[in-house]
Write a protein that binds this ligand. Structure first.
Ligand code: SF4
Length: 313
């Protein structure tokens, strides 16, 4: 079968494809028009903090160094306040990472709010993460797997399009040499079955690892450190299904099909004035947003695509 080559410039990532899938118009505003909004959310800061902790633990194991747990706990609390650092084995520097003492001040209400999917506040979840801090090392002590690569960079071409990124962690089987992929997600709840069927992120990582290490990973695992859960992603045949899905997304992007798909997610979109956290001028860039709010669960939209009728400017 002939492989189509796409004429698309720039570097792609699974998150760029996901953005198109969630709303082609949001994709256009970001990647075509160049409106990149730096997100400042508690979840993003906590994600960065926990990625760094797990990176340090795995790099210590890879380098045969004793894990300094006092330093880790100090870092979780005081990153960005004191000069405590977990950078000793890492190429990526931890400057800019915010610890608990900064985050609980900056996101005071959210820090203590239990209005979450897990009904636990961020404070509770971080306290529980600290209690489980030895789990990662203990898992490897009783396992045939060992950490192999951390924050592993990759670059490959798929149908003429460049994909670039980093993989949180790759483990290697001590006997067979098989590889498995681990991705940390600081989610508050487990993935549902549909989300685990063909995760595009793991399709991209499968191609990256085949390209770099010449083998397809044996498994793909989401590690959810905030809730102490792990879930395997990708059902039988997911890589082939994912490749087709990627081709079809790239084809739509090449055709410049940017029709908006308003949904309740508009309430959290950076281009939507219904999102109280969206900042100017970005929050006025989309007029096609859904009028859905948590207290008004409507299917109405502010302006139909192709229509001149607008409720709000
Ligand atoms: S507000 Fe909704 S329709 Fe508009 S760009 Fe964002 S997700 Fe798409």
């Amino acid at each position: 079968m002939e492989t189509k080559t796409f004429n698309l410039l720039g570097n792609f990532s699974y998150s760029r494809l996901e953005k198109y899938l969630s709303c082609p118009y949001a994709y256009k505003l970001s990647y075509v028009d160049g409106n990149f909004v730096s997100a400042n959310s508690l979840a993003i800061h906590v994600g960065t903090l926990l990625h760094k902790v797990n990176e340090y633990i795995c790099l210590s194991i890879i380098n045969n160094k004793k894990i300094d747990y006092d330093k880790i706990l100090d870092f979780i609390d005081n990153a960005g306040v004191t000069d405590v650092s977990l950078d000793m084995f890492s190429e990526k520097k931890d400057s800019g990472i915010k610890g608990v003492n900064i985050l609980k001040r900056e996101f005071f209400e959210e820090w203590f709010s239990t209005n979450t999917k897990s009904s636990k506040s961020m404070k509770q979840k971080i306290d529980e993460f600290k209690e489980r801090i030895h789990d990662l090392e203990n898992e490897f002590k009783n396992s045939d797997w060992e950490p192999y690569k951390v924050e592993d960079p990759f670059e490959f071409k798929f149908n003429g399009v460049t994909f670039k990124g980093f993989i949180d962690r790759i483990d290697k089987h001590k006997v067979t040499g098989a590889l498995r992929v681990i991705d940390y997600k600081t989610k508050d709840a487990k993935f549902n079955e549909k989300e685990l069927t063909t995760p595009l992120q793991f399709v991209v990582y499968a191609m990256a690892i085949m390209n770099k290490y010449g083998q397809t990973p044996e498994s793909f695992i989401y590690d959810l450190p905030l809730i102490g859960e792990k879930q395997e992603g990708g059902t039988k045949g997911f890589i082939a299904r994912g490749e087709k899905k990627m081709s079809s997304i790239l084809e739509s992007i090449e055709k410049e099909d940017y029709k908006p798909t308003p949904s309740p997610l508009c309430y959290w979109c950076n281009f939507c004035c219904n999102n109280s956290n969206a900042v100017a001028p970005y929050n006025k860039m989309c007029k096609y947003y859904s009028l859905w709010t948590p207290t008004n669960k409507t299917f109405e939209v502010n302006c139909k695509y192709g229509s001149l009728f607008i409720l709000k400017p």
